[in-house]
Design a protein. Structure first.
Length: 217
């Protein structure tokens, strides 16, 4: 694991979101739920683009499998299923295949299924919602490793992501170093505040001007 990924795994989504705010960047996506584990996920992005089935014969390759085979250990697969059709953009066998490949987790902008199965695999799956409906005859994969939209954020292959119980936060690959530096400083300051609270400092002092101005340049 390279140094950037090691550092990314040490900060949470809130710190990275605050760092984006501090730098005037966007990338925080709310409403994507952690369905299958309590693990935090951080890594480089491999993308999958799904669309409505249009009557064409289904491809030989099942959706998501190209992304799994293209992924490196520690990557995070991010799926766009924004068709509005109630059909899963990810499921149990894909989760098992991804886990065996060393994929860190999957994030689905749309429905996912086989939630209980993913819990048995201890494989992190985040999704907009959950369903039992299969993709068969409803949706299909149109591309792997192309720019996609998650929430209102443009996500490109090779970008970085941190996902936990608070949110999913994407960081463009060209900005990851400066975002990490800002996030690490924020984590350091917040830990100092927590230490002050434990030492008996009144919370009104700890959460006063220092906190309110923490993101100022």
């Amino acid at each position: 694991m390279d140094d950037l990924l090691v550092r990314l795994n040490l900060v949470d989504a809130c710190a990275v979101s605050d760092a984006l705010d501090k730098l005037g960047l966007t990338g925080t996506v709310t409403g994507l739920h952690r369905l299958s584990t309590y693990l935090r996920v951080a890594g480089r992005v491999v993308t999958v683009k799904l669309d409505r089935a249009d009557g064409r014969p289904a491809g030989v390759r099942h959706l998501g499998t190209a992304a799994i085979e293209a992924a490196e250990v520690g990557d995070v697969i991010v799926v766009e299923q924004r068709t509005g059709i109630d059909a899963a953009g990810w499921g149990g066998n894909l989760s098992l295949g991804a886990k065996l490949r060393g994929v860190a987790g999957v994030i689905v902008e749309g429905p996912a299924r086989d939630v209980d199965e993913c819990r048995l695999y201890d494989f992190p799956m985040f999704a907009r919602t959950h369903t039992a409906r299969t993709a068969r005859g409803r949706i299909l994969e149109t591309a792997t490793n192309v720019p996609i939209i998650v929430g209102d954020t443009l996500v490109s292959p090779g970008d970085y992501v941190v996902a936990d119980g608070s949110a999913v936060v994407f960081v463009p690959r060209l900005d990851v170093e400066r975002v990490l530096l800002a996030a690490e400083e924020i984590v350091k300051r917040e830990r100092a505040m927590a230490d002050s609270l434990r030492q008996g400092t009144p919370i009104s002092q700890v959460m006063g001007k220092l906190y309110e101005t923490m993101l100022e340049k």
